[in-house]
Design a protein around this ligand. Structure first.
Ligand code: ADP
Ligand code: MG
Length: 317
């Protein structure tokens, strides 16, 4: 049976060394990693934890767990307009199952390679299966896109179709969902392997006035922007359901689906005069951006007919 140190040497050290970065002076192996800062830039740092039975099903494929753990962290960088720099990994495992670790590292490695993101350190302990990742990215000084910059008159956009992860979880839980083969494959992919929208986040620097990634659900996350920016919003509900994969679904299910969360799609605001720039970004990055409403001075959340919308979304406690 391999011990903690041989696991680190065999699986985690190579993942750090495989990705060359001029900013990593010393990676895995000492008491601390030594990292260079990048002149003229700030570090955007975030941490996300995935717990078995809460964020993924017990017995889930380790490759999917590794992929998603890194994807949700990358999504936080995307949401600030940050360029991926490095990550560290704290892993708690019930037993040293090498087959599990191999699969897990494979999932991590696919995204780490794609974004040239070296693993620079971490901790390995015995305990209930928990994956905690800290990630850092670079943003030019004062160019980060925060939640607090939305202004009345700004348009509200979503990148991509909401609702797939809701359907994906139903499928994983074995519920009856009437989806064709391609749709059920897409629903599963989105809940298991969400795409972090890094390139879009970078393209929106200097364009978006506020931004976040949808993890808790549309109205809950929009609520974070409204609170931080001291504004309200008018949502165009027909436009939102246009963004749904399944337009034939019952209205209540559609509403639950857009508020389910676990999407990792960017929600952002732009001044009305920047809409042309969005069209260019949309064609250059081959993504789909949907306007779902407008920021208002009045600090309420209403629909296109002026009716109050109750924010809802996932809460842990
Ligand atoms: P320490 O006793 O100083 O905490 P460890 O024995 O925990 O050191 O770790 C040894 C080295 O391996 C350190 O550089 C640490 O960052 C790295 N490391 C430990 N666990 C992981 C992991 N899961 N992923 C990446 N690096 C790790
Ligand atoms: Mg340690």
């Amino acid at each position: 049976m391999a011990n903690e140190f041989s696991i680190i040497d065999k699986y985690f050290k190579p993942l750090g060394e495989a990705i060359a970065s001029p900013n990593v002076v010393m990676g895995i192996g000492d008491d601390c990693a030594l990292l260079n800062s990048k002149p003229g830039h700030q570090l955007a740092v975030s941490c996300d934890t995935l717990v078995a039975g809460v964020h993924f099903l017990e017995g889930a494929d380790p490759e999917d767990i590794g992929y998603k753990a890194l994807a949700v962290n990358l999504s936080d960088l995307a949401a600030m307009g940050a360029e991926p720099a490095w990550f560290s990994l704290c892993l708690s495992l019930p037993e040293q199952d090498e087959v599990w670790i191999q699969g897990f590292v494979k999932g991590l490695a696919s995204l780490a390679q794609q974004y040239n993101l070296p693993l620079i350190g971490g901790d390995t302990t015995k305990g209930p299966l928990t994956v905690s990742i800290q990630i850092a990215g670079y943003v030019p000084n004062n160019k980060a896109i925060t939640r607090s910059g939305a202004n009345p008159g700004d348009r509200i956009y979503i990148a991509g179709d909401l609702g797939w992860p809701y359907l994906g979880l139903m499928l994983l839980n074995g519920s009856e969902v009437d989806l064709n083969g391609n749709a059920s494959e897409e629903a599963r992919r989105q809940i298991l392997k969400p795409n972090p929208q890094i390139e879009l986040g970078l393209a929106l620097r200097g364009v978006a006035t506020s931004m976040l990634d949808i993890s808790d659900g549309l109205t809950a996350d929009l609520g974070h922007i409204l609170k931080a920016s001291h504004v309200g919003a008018k949502l165009n509900l027909p436009n939102i359901s246009k963004a749904l994969p399944l337009r034939s679904m019952d209205k209540h299910i559609q509403w639950d689906a857009v508020n389910f969360g676990d999407e990792y799609k960017l929600l952002f605001t732009v001044p009305a005069e920047c809409i042309d720039v969005l069209e260019r970004i949309e064609s250059e990055l081959d993504c789909s951006l949907t306007c779902v409403g407008e920021i208002t001075e009045n600090k309420t959340l209403i629909d296109e007919q002026g009716r109050t919308i109750q924010a809802k979304g996932y809460q842990h406690f």
